[in-house]
Write a protein that binds this ligand. Structure first.
Ligand SMILES: N[C@@H](CCC(=O)N[C@@H](CS)C(=O)NCC(=O)O)C(=O)O
Length: 212
């Protein structure tokens, strides 16, 4: 398998954790989101992912899957162990609710292209853009995730699920942009627990071949 991604992309980070947890071998194909005007916009990459976003997973037969959550659910179906969604339907719905809060409610409005549009076409200052980012990470939001998760080492239960795969990259990004997260003890406990798991550690942005 080949993962088209970018070291700092939180969506690609989610998929790297899933691949590592399931011990699936894969090759990385870096797509630099800043250099050359953003390599995601190239014709070659758009042919793989019409949204011009990372990640894209290319399977051994050449099939392409886009959208990190769709990729992770595909991997979970193909390689069920360890399961990233609980068998219990009610618990699985709670796991998905946290994952979707991050992937659908926080991430899209804080994506690179949105921040660039605010700064460029909307002529906002860097300070205004930073305030937008922090506001939507928290209110959009991690404050809700803090209330939704259980308070143990993982968001739910005694092992990582799709919820943790979304939370850890979001916390990484929050730290990178200086967003206050010290008042989220349950999220921070999950962050500490996941940091000791090699699959999470190996997926960290600074450990990737394209980290610059
Ligand atoms: N919902 C998509 C989001 C993908 C996404 O927005 N990726 C970002 C990096 S985290 C990206 O490629 N941004 C490029 C841009 O904004 O131009 C997913 O989960 O895969």
């Amino acid at each position: 398998m080949k993962l088209y991604g970018y070291f700092r992309s939180s969506a690609a980070y989610r998929v790297r954790i899933a691949l590592n947890l399931k011990a699936i071998a894969y090759e990385q194909a870096p797509v630099h989101l800043i250099r050359n005007g953003g390599e995601q916009h190239s014709l070659a990459y758009r042919a793989r992912n019409p949204q011009a976003l990372v990640p894209t997973l290319e399977l051994d037969d050449g099939a392409l899957i886009t959208q990190s959550l769709a990729i992770i659910e595909y991997l979970d179906a193909k390689e069920p162990s360890p399961a990233l969604l609980p068998a219990d339907a009610k618990l699985a719905a709670r796991v998905r609710a946290v994952a979707l809060t991050i992937a659908c409610d926080i991430h899209p409005i804080n994506n690179l292209r949105v921040l660039a549009y605010l700064k460029g076409s909307m002529a906002q200052t860097q300070d205004a853009v930073d305030r937008w980012y922090s506001h939507w990470v928290r209110e959009g939001g991690l404050l809700a995730v803090e209330a939704m998760i259980e308070g143990g080492d993982f968001c739910f239960g005694d092992g990582p699920t799709l919820a943790d795969l979304c939370l850890i990259p979001q916390l990484y990004n929050a730290r990178r942009f200086g967003v206050e997260i010290d008042d989220l003890p349950k999220c921070l406990r999950v962050e500490t627990a996941c940091a000791s798991i090699p699959a999470f550690e190996a997926a960290r942005p600074e450990r990737q071949p394209d980290a610059a």
